[in-house]
Design a protein around this ligand. Structure first.
Ligand code: FAD
Length: 306
């Protein structure tokens, strides 16, 4: 469903993020996860896009498969890195043919091992230019929905590591909205205060589109370290680290601590009228299921008037 129509009908969205599986075994595991999570009737699910190489095709294929073979509403992530305009157009055309409703438009991470990647080599050096490109595609009438693709963008409650000036950063975010974005999904954060302050700063800057909070339940210490590497700048509060340290590294206890933390964050976000929560599932179902259970949410349609 187009994001505009979703927010007309549903005050709060619950959505899930997957990454494309690398081989047949991982694909089977992901589809088992998806079967479990389908019961929770997420408002939409998103599929990440690799920084380059063959996993990109896997994203496109997975999105189309989810659209054609499940009841889920898949939203692909699309990045500027390594693409010329023709390639972006070909991807948009394929998604439009399959009536994909929404796209998350990103600049993208630099390819592995290329920390000094020069984004000016790409057709679009910034996400704002990709948003404008998708908007032009929408205006051409090439999509079956009268409004074309709904367009999501990334937001960073704790700030993006490449922009030290937080006032400038808000200007850049506003430029993405003015280029035609319909909603924001945030980077994961572990302290809700950071999200509320970000939401307030957006409103002060005149950014009024829905802001969906990104929540990642920590389930392993290794996973936490990996996410800290991928989402540079993320702050892990002392209270969370203390709780994880108390487990002495016991894997089941770490999971309980991480899921409890994410559940409390989600409960508080619902109490503060968050537009939506996007769960970084890491292709697993148990943590998300447990959060729904503890929040007393049978499935996402319970949030229609939450
Ligand atoms: P932009 O909005 O282009 O911003 C990039 C940097 O440039 C920021 O520091 C910004 O402040 C700065 N900037 C913007 N405009 C200007 C300007 N005019 N002048 C100077 N500086 C400017 N990465 C992937 O590779 N694949 C994924 O699937 C993926 N999914 C993600 C999902 C979410 C919800 C989030 C939050 C991030 C995701 N990322 C993904 C990571 C993201 O691509 C990186 O964090 C990237 O570095 C920033 O992307 P952006 O779309 O915010 O870029």
């Amino acid at each position: 469903m187009h994001i505009r129509d979703i927010f007309k009908n549903q005050r709060t969205t619950f959505s899930f993020e997957f990454f494309p599986p690398k081989g047949p075994e991982a694909a089977e595991a992901l589809f088992a996860t998806i079967a479990d999570l389908e019961r929770l009737r997420p408002t939409f699910v998103s599929v990440t896009y690799g920084a380059g190489g063959s996993t990109r095709e896997l994203t496109n294929d997975l999105v189309v498969r989810l659209q054609d073979q499940t009841r889920l509403d898949p939203m692909p992530h699309l990045t500027c890195v390594g693409h010329d305009e023709g390639e972006i157009h070909a991807i948009l055309e394929r998604y439009a043919r399959h009536a994909i409703s929404n796209i998350l438009a990103l600049r993208g991470d630099h390819p592995a091992g290329e920390a000094d990647y020069d984004h000016s080599r790409d057709a679009f050096a910034r996400a704002a230019e990709l948003v404008a490109c998708i908007r032009r595609f929408n205006d051409s009438g090439a999509h079956p929905h009268p409004a074309g693709f709904g367009i999501g963008i990334a937001g960073f409650p704790e700030g993006h590591p490449e922009t030290a000036n937080r006032l400038h950063e808000m200007d850049y975010l506003k430029a993405k909205v003015e280029a035609g974005a319909d909603f924001i999904i945030t980077q994961m954060f572990f302290e809700n205060r950071d999200f509320y302050d970000f939401r307030d700063r957006c409103r002060l800057a005149g950014i009024t589109i829905p802001i969906i909070a990104g929540i990642m339940p920590i389930t392993t210490i290794g996973g936490m370290r990996k996410m800290a590497e991928l989402a540079l700048g993320s702050r892990f509060p002392a209270s969370l680290i203390r709780a994880i340290n108390r487990t002495g590294g016991d894997p089941e206890a770490v999971k309980r601590v991480g899921v409890h933390w994410a559940t409390e964050q989600s409960r508080d976000l619902l109490d503060h009228e968050v537009a939506g929560i996007h769960f970084y599932t890491l292709n697993r179902s148990k943590a998300t299921q447990s959060i729904y259970d503890t929040l007393g949410v049978r499935d996402s349609t319970d949030l229609l008037d939450a």
